[in-house]
Design a protein around this ligand. Structure first.
Ligand code: ATP
Ligand code: MN
Ligand code: MN
Length: 470
């Protein structure tokens, strides 16, 4: 009815970053279905598919913010993000309990294989397609057909596929975080160590652990990552990884950039890798609420019991899709993200050491354990009896002057960032990144010393991390 139309318009602001989007909402059945369409479009990865995927995402994002459970598509009239296609799917769902279009996708073997292959660390849609074209059906097939990748992520991602595709539990994230806190504090007293990503948004499980580090005394964070990695190595927590130097330069901030996948990447010094989490990390500890997020430890702990998204492990988001729009001048940043990085340089266990940039972090244990035989190396480790699980970890170092923008950027969700960045550009004429907020015309930065200030500069109501789950 007409009233409903008005309600819809009144309660749903135009931009996702202006709305509250929680993990638990009233239209989950509908958004799950729409997100299948989104994922399907993303995997097809054609020119129009990118914008189709985004359109599906926008629609599911609106549904997440509605204060009522949709029972009739007429309740959605006037919502500009919900188009005709989505409405057809939704009315199918509401009338018949399922959508034939969604079911068809879920049942298609192409979709199932694409989902499987892109869930390998470092594999994006284009390689997954090649594997399908080569008639590979399973991870076993991929391994058996000795698909030789020169990318360390793919080599180790395949060897530890099962581990990396079982959900990381909140207790594991908390236990690892507290070790990183301890070690970082020893190396740099006063260091700030913050769990980000999905866990900060209240998820009870995730595909990795994202940790952001900084120190109020700007500059003192230099060298921290190197030493932290040595400390973690000493504790036998590191399996393999790649350290990227900071590629941050003042000038790049004021260069124009397209608001595409490209805009998702940043220039911070970081380590993307795989850690060895002792199986004991999976046990709940009573004190796991004590060392948590500064602002929302209570809600984080409450979410332990929600356990409603335990099986929602996604594939790695920093995969090739991120790199296809690579621009010059960011080659350093992209090195680790490139699916087919450094063709020819086969990372044997020895040469893996070299890949840690000149700033050599040396995983010494690796040399001893696996000698120099690449073929035997990761698989032997994976097959051996062990009391640890391989887990994806991202460690990011931000200078304090950029920290709160980095915090927003690494907290996500990915769609929240995408939307906020587009909003900043279109509505405010400002450029938002994980490094800051910039007035391109005036060549001016708008510094922030809290997350609230970031939202304030953006003229947005402050949103807790739990409310950024669009
Ligand atoms: P999950 O629980 O499955 O890990 P997540 O939301 O934590 O989900 P991540 O891929 O770990 O997803 O990313 C966390 C946040 O950091 C996201 O908001 C993403 O936009 C951002 N991010 C991820 N990778 C990069 C990168 N290489 N550069 C900049 N930002 C990134
Ligand atoms: Mn994450
Ligand atoms: Mn991550």
């Amino acid at each position: 009815s007409g009233d409903k139309e008005e309600d819809g318009n009144l309660t749903v602001p135009e931009w996702a970053c202006q709305r509250v989007a929680r993990l638990v909402h009233l239209n989950k059945k509908l958004t799950d279905a729409i997100e299948v369409l989104q994922e399907h479009a993303e995997l097809r990865d054609g020119h129009q598919d990118y914008s189709r995927a985004l359109a599906f995402r926008r629609a599911s994002c609106v549904l997440k913010s509605l204060p009522f459970a949709v029972q009739d598509v007429r309740q959605l009239e006037g919502l500009k993000d919900v188009g005709g296609h989505v409405k057809r799917v939704l009315s199918d769902l509401l009338d018949n309990g399922s959508s034939s279009e969604v079911q068809e996708i879920l049942n298609s073997s192409w979709y199932q294989k694409m989902k499987l292959f892109t869930s390998v660390f470092g594999i994006g849609p284009s390689t997954a397609k090649k594997w399908i074209d080569n008639e590979l059906e399973s991870i076993k097939d991929v391994k058996r057909n000795s698909v030789r990748s020169s990318d360390w992520r793919v080599i180790w991602g395949l060897a530890f596929f099962e581990d990396l595709n079982s959900p990381v539990l909140r207790s594991e994230a908390d236990r690892f975080l507290s070790i990183v806190q301890q070690e970082a504090e020893k190396l740099l007293p006063g260091v700030i160590v913050q769990l980000c990503g999905g866990f900060r948004r209240g998820k009870s499980s995730g595909h990795d652990v994202d940790i952001l580090l900084t120190h109020p005394k700007e500059g003192s964070e230099l060298g921290l990552l190197h030493n932290l990695l040595l400390a973690l190595e000493k504790k036998d927590l590191i399996l393999i990884g790649h350290k990227e130097k900071s590629s941050f330069r003042q000038e790049i901030l004021f260069q124009d950039f397209k608001l595409s996948m490209r805009g998702q990447l940043d220039h911070f010094e970081k380590w993307l890798g795989i850690c060895k989490f002792p199986k004991s990390f999976q046990e709940q500890r009573l004190d796991s609420c004590l060392h948590n997020d500064d602002s929302n430890s209570n809600s984080n702990c409450l979410s332990d019991h929600a356990a409603q998204d335990l099986d929602s492990v996604k594939h790695c988001e920093h995969s090739e899709a991120d790199t296809q729009t690579q621009t010059q001048g960011n080659s350093q940043l992209h090195k680790a993200s490139q699916e087919k990085s450094s063709e020819g340089t086969v990372p044997t266990c020895h040469s893996l050491n070299e890949s840690f940039d000149g700033t050599s972090y040396e995983p010494s244990a690796k040399k001893a354990k696996c000698g120099s035989s690449l073929d035997a190396c990761p698989d032997d480790l994976a097959d051996s009896e062990r009391d640890w699980v391989a887990r994806r970890v991202d460690l990011i170092i931000a200078p304090y002057s950029q920290y709160y923008y980095a915090l927003v950027g690494w907290t996500g969700s990915k769609h929240f960032n995408r939307d906020a960045r587009l909003y900043a550009q279109k509505v405010l004429g400002l450029k938002l990144t994980s490094h800051g907020l910039f007035d391109m015309a005036k060549k001016e930065a708008l510094p922030s010393s809290s997350e609230a200030e970031v939202f304030h500069h953006l003229k947005l109501p402050y949103r807790d991390p739990e409310d950024r789950n669009c």
